[in-house]
Write a protein that binds this ligand. Structure first.
Ligand code: NAP
Length: 293
């Protein structure tokens, strides 16, 4: 069994970006600038945004955090998005999810202009990704593709089961792995809560991407010997043993599944850091105007 070190790969990618940023600036270019809108004060979102800002500092990007209260109106949020859309200094920006219930998430994500949508959530970027056109690819699936690539994990002709069909992880992941690409050419089965006999699918899988948000859901008897298991799940589970009062749990029962795997990602330290590396990469693409020329 080989442990996939997402933290190491993420830092290596960020180092490559840092070198490119230094060259860009030395040649008279503008410092890339990522902005983030954070609505409310959800603990998880605070941590994710703080990590994204830390990564910006690491690679030499400028970053701006715009905080809005949890009771902000949809109108005010849309106004803030419009300001970032038209701010010439901002290359890309994100609206940290989840949003409070009174705000229409689709409306908000569609308000971000595709050229600055470095999270890759806008329908134009999703559509372009599906059609093999240059696009910002949703950071988590993009990160997983890069992990499979860095670890030279063969994907062509492999049976891949993706558990979870969310718009930001499972669905784009299934599309990317089915593409005719270096990391791709899988035969993909996309499973969800209505899937009947999930185990019959996972037992047939060479690669399992677990993205359902149910701690320790994937057990050893659901995985065949030699499978590659990518754990996307990050659920905060209350714990008296941790200073924070919680521990982060993946969707895979790691202790029992890992001995059966050829490769597996840990939680934390697997997919999470790669999501950040991908966002940073997308922002560099935005600053260089490489997707929308
Ligand atoms: P989500 O929007 O809640 O979607 C969960 C998906 O799992 C849904 O498609 C749901 O099916 C499916 N599902 C739920 N229970 C199931 C079951 N028993 N069997 C099969 N499928 C089931 O979640 P998400 O946003 O994709 O996130 C998933 C997990 O990844 C969460 O833990 C989240 O925190 C984590 N995450 C991590 C990162 C990272 O950077 N590491 C990034 C994003 C998300 P239905 O569609 O039928 O409801």
């Amino acid at each position: 069994m080989e442990l996939i070190d997402g933290k190491k790969v993420s830092l290596a990618i960020q180092e490559e970006v840092a070198i490119e940023v230094r060259t860009l600036i030395a040649n008279g270019g503008k410092q890339p600038h990522l902005a983030a809108i954070l609505v409310g004060n959800d603990g998880g979102s605070e941590t994710y945004v703080a990590n994204k800002i830390k990564a910006c500092e690491r690679v030499g990007f400028k970053s701006t955090l715009l905080r809005l209260p949890g009771n902000v109106t949809e109108e005010k949020l849309l106004e803030t998005i419009e300001q970032l859309n038209t701010n010439k200094d901002v290359d890309g920006f994100i609206v940290q999810l989840p949003l409070p219930k009174h705000i229409n998430e689709h409306k908000v994500l569609e308000a971000v202009i595709p050229q600055k949508d470095v999270d890759g959530f806008h329908p134009v970027n999703v559509g372009r990704m599906v059609l093999d056109l240059p696009a910002y690819i949703s950071a988590t699936p993009f990160g997983i593709v890069q992990l499979l690539d860095k670890y030279n994990i063969p994907t062509a002709g492999k049976n891949c089961v993706v558990i979870g069909r969310s718009h930001i992880v499972g669905s784009p992941m299934s599309i990317l792995l089915a593409k005719n690409a270096k990391v791709g050419n899988c035969t993909v089965t996309l499973c969800h809560s209505k899937t009947v006999d999930l185990k019959s699918h996972t037992l047939n899988a060479d690669i399992i991407i677990c993205a359902l948000g149910k701690p320790e859901f994937l057990k050893a008897d659901m995985v065949r010997q030699g499978a590659v298991v990518i754990d996307v799940g990050t659920t905060r589970v209350p714990s008296t043993e941790s200073k924070t009062g919680f521990v982060l749990k993946g969707d895979v029962k790691f202790d029992e599944v890992s001995p059966k795997c050829s490769f597996i990602t840990p939680v934390p330290g697997g997919v999470g850091p790669m999501t950040i590396a991908s966002l940073i990469k997308n922002t560099l693409l935005a600053a260089k105007k490489e997707i929308y020329k």
